[in-house]
Design a protein around this ligand. Structure first.
Ligand SMILES: [Zn+2]
Length: 250
């Protein structure tokens, strides 16, 4: 197993999803490759962080020490004794407000991170195990009805051939523990996985970014979340998003 192959399988390895042969090959590779081992540990600690969630609710250390020092000052019979107590309360309330905002923000950033990590794994796996599509067709009239009964909503399947994106087909994948529709496009040799699901729990809104060599972006439109992952350039992915948004709103 070489580094490229190991990198592609690291997520599956962290999730304990590799078969025994693969797992042994991976362990052998990690034993001899510090770079991949470090990446494997990073992925493992990240998923542990998400699983425990505890870390997300802790205030940062400097906020804690500010609260403590405020309380200490309040206890001292200081020269501004008359004003110290209300000031301390006001400050504590302010600090608490910041801590809550920080927790909230971190929580949602981590939710997005978790979602993107999962979607990237799905994308990588779809390319790896020849499970790109369950319904292979370049005809939107074939792909769209194929989703009936497989997911409980109707994902838009648009023809972007004139814009240079070929429809490859559709499949059902799992994201955030629910089945989601994936419409697959191709630009040249590169595949674009477009995940579509109802924005009931949370609305996705992510500018074009890149992670581990993949570009991704997400948005919500007419009650549906869209998340696309590909290895095409960020600019091209943004064009794809623009084209798609335009066609969906027609
Ligand atoms: Zn390696």
């Amino acid at each position: 197993m070489d580094c490229d192959e190991a990198r592609q399988l690291l997520d599956a390895y962290a999730d304990g999803e590799l078969d025994l042969t693969r797992q042994l090959e991976m362990e052998a590779h990690l034993a001899g490759c510090p770079a991949c081992k470090e990446e494997a540990e990073r992925i493992a600690s990240f998923s542990l962080l998400l699983r425990t969630n505890m870390e997300l609710y802790k205030a940062p250390r400097n906020l804690k020490s500010k609260i403590r020092s405020t309380l200490r000052k309040e206890a001292e019979p200081a020269w501004l004794f008359a004003n110290a107590r209300p000031l301390a309360y006001a400050f504590a309330a302010l600090v608490l407000g910041f801590a809550l905002a920080w927790t909230w923000l971190t929580f949602y950033q981590n939710k997005d991170q978790e979602l993107v990590t999962e979607a990237i794994s799905n994308h990588a796996r779809s390319l790896m195990v020849s499970h790109l599509v369950d319904c292979r067709s370049g005809d939107q009239q074939t792909v769209k009805p194929w989703f009936n009964g497989k997911v409980d909503y109707s994902p838009p399947v648009v023809d972007l051939t004139p814009a240079g994106y070929t429809l490859v087909g559709g499949r059902v994948d799992i994201l955030e523990k629910r089945p989601v529709a994936v419409v697959v496009y191709q630009r040249g040799k590169q595949v674009i996985n477009l995940f579509i699901w109802p924005a009931t729990r949370r609305k996705v809104d992510l500018d074009v970014q890149s992670e581990r060599g993949y570009q991704f972006c997400g948005w919500n439109q007419a009650g549906l979340n869209y998340l696309c992952i590909s290895e095409i350039s960020g600019d091209e992915l943004e064009k794809f998003e623009d084209q798609l948004r335009e066609h969906v709103s027609l």
